[in-house]
Design a protein. Structure first.
Length: 149
């Protein structure tokens, strides 16, 4: 009996999926997430007056690095040669919106890389702002689009 889950073999054991027969295609994925925080925290961020310096720059770099290290963090994830990763932020009234897009030309997609970029960027923001805001919450990390051609 074949498992409907691609990472399980016929005996139910975890395995890395063989993608060697798949064509290398241009693959793009975008993920988003939110860091909820106090308006006072966002005011400090806008004024670049946080205790740990340029929080958004650090979070952007951390998100990109997270995408590049995705296969080291998530078991059975293929190492994917990334051609581009972007991490962007939108500061709202009570949140920081996070968006990450990953691009490759490869046999497998980059959904996990985009999701990892958002996750690591959110955790970096949390870490760098926790001294001024104990009420922060990371929310709604999700894949919003993927394409291949």
């Amino acid at each position: 009996m074949t498992s409907p889950l691609s990472h399980l073999d016929d005996e139910g054991q975890a395995r890395m999926v063989d993608v060697s027969d798949k064509p290398a295609l241009r693959r793009v994925a975008t993920a988003t997430g939110t860091l909820r925080c106090a308006p006072e925290t966002l005011a400090l961020l806008r004024e670049q007056n946080t205790p740990k310096g340029d929080v958004l720059a650090a979070a952007r770099i951390a998100g990109i690095q997270g995408a590049k290290r995705c296969a080291d963090l998530i078991p059975l994830c293929h190492p994917v040669p990334l051609h581009k990763v972007t991490v962007d932020f939108e500061i709202g009234a009570d949140h920081i919106g996070i968006s990450a897009t990953a691009l490759t030309v490869h046999q497998t997609g980059v959904e996990m890389e985009a999701l990892t970029a958002v996750s690591i960027a959110a955790l970096t923001l949390y870490d760098m702002l926790k001294a001024v805001d104990k009420s922060m919450r990371v929310e709604n990390i999700r894949l919003v689009s993927k394409e291949k051609r």
